[in-house]
Design a protein around this ligand. Structure first.
Ligand SMILES: Nc1ncnc2c1ncn2[C@@H]1O[C@H](COP(=O)(O)OP(=O)(O)OP(=O)(O)O)[C@@H](O)[C@H]1O
Ligand SMILES: [Mg+2]
Length: 342
């Protein structure tokens, strides 16, 4: 009998990896490059993709990215690029990829633009009755807030992540402190400031992978401050840098079934409202009176192994780094109809 020839094996998937590296620029601003990635993170993702037989093409998201994309054809891009500058910087690479009709992992430019503007996100989510701390935006060339604002308040740059601009002295207890903090932060970060009512209570961050009905919401991870003597507990840049000494994480957090369900269903709702894709991380505070507050969302969450919250959440839930990268990639492949790989 004639033997049916075996189909040729699929060629390896060509995955472009877009990223922006820390440049180690000397700066007076201690957290100047907080959001950018280290080469170790890029290589960890590259290794995880190669573990799945992908051929990885490193594409640093510099000004010549369009030329690089034209010269190096890829099937899909795994995007962790933070962009170059401006309020919409996280959207820059997804917009270029969409322009060239190249599929990519993660949320699109519109979601990333909205989410990087904390106040805009709060406005959008408020229309869906998601509770978020009361706030004011102080324009960088504007005045400090007048009366009627409840103190203590936290002051944060309106369009940053990685706790950039959130030092251990980000909380103001009176109007003089508030004015000083706003003026100092505007001069350092040159952008609008978000002044938000300080929510005293427990802090949780929630990771989500996947899309639509298949999206998996991991149980909330609690950030527990070891030194509970501190008056205000904030997950500041310094705390993140020294997390092993200052905090411990608990995942799943010790929560009543009702509180856990509330956090998970709110996270799922926010993910859907903002049309997030493939993965995201959402921060919440549960006030002492039981009210749940949305703090902010990261649709491009950090993936630094051994440092970023997202890989930690996955690890707590039995998903190692390689599996996490695979899960994000495969969510995107399925979404783009590349089923034979996904
Ligand atoms: N309204 C608030 N009340 C109490 N604490 C807050 C509030 N807003 C922020 N914080 C504290 O400051 C931390 C950093 O704030 P936020 O998550 O908004 O910044 P970020 O830089 O975008 O964070 P990420 O590193 O997750 O991107 C929070 O994790 C929380 O500990
Ligand atoms: Mg945060």
């Amino acid at each position: 009998m004639e033997e049916i020839p075996k189909p040729d094996p699929l060629p390896p998937l060509r995955v472009g990896l877009t990223y922006n590296l820390k440049n180690n620029v000397v700066s007076d601003v201690f957290d100047n490059e907080a959001e950018y990635d280290s080469i170790e993170t890029v290589l960890a993702i590259k290794g995880a993709l190669e573990d799945q037989n992908c051929r990885v093409i490193l594409l640093e998201a510099t000004e010549d990215l369009p030329e690089k994309l034209k010269n190096r054809p890829v099937d899909i891009v795994f995007n962790i690029a933070e962009g170059i500058q401006g309020r919409g910087r996280e959207a820059q690479v997804p917009a270029i990829l969409n322009f060239f009709r190249i599929p990519f992992t993660g949320s699109d430019e519109t979601t990333l633009c909205v989410a990087l503007d904390k106040a805009l996100t709060k406005r959008v989510l408020s229309t869906y009755r998601i509770k978020t701390p009361r706030y004011r935006v102080i324009p960088k060339d504007g005045r400090t807030p007048g009366g009627g604002f409840s103190l203590p308040a936290i002051v944060k740059p309106n369009a940053e992540g990685s706790s950039k601009g959130i030092s251990d002295v980000a909380i103001a207890s009176d109007i003089h402190e508030l004015r000083g903090l706003i003026a100092k932060n505007i001069s350092v970060y040159q952008q609008d400031m978000l002044v938000e009512e300080y929510i005293d209570g427990r802090e949780f961050t929630v990771g989500i992978v996947g899309n639509g009905g298949d999206a998996r919401v991991f149980p909330p991870m609690e950030i527990i401050y070891i030194n509970s003597q501190d008056r205000y507990r904030i997950y500041s840049y310094t705390v993140k840098q020294n997390y092993k000494q200052l905090i411990r994480y608990e995942c799943p957090a010790a929560l009543s079934r009702e509180a856990e369900d509330k956090i998970i269903s709110t996270a799922r709702k926010i993910y859907s409202i903002l049309q997030c894709r493939d993965f995201a991380r959402i921060d919440f505070r549960l006030a002492n009176d039981g009210q749940l507050y949305f703090i902010e969302i990261n649709p491009l969450p950090g993936l630094a192994p051994g440092y970023s919250d997202f890989p930690m959440i996955a690890e707590f839930n039995g998903m190692d780094y390689v599996s996490l990268v695979r899960c994000v990639l495969h969510s995107a492949l399925r979404r783009h109809g590349l089923y034979f790989y996904g």
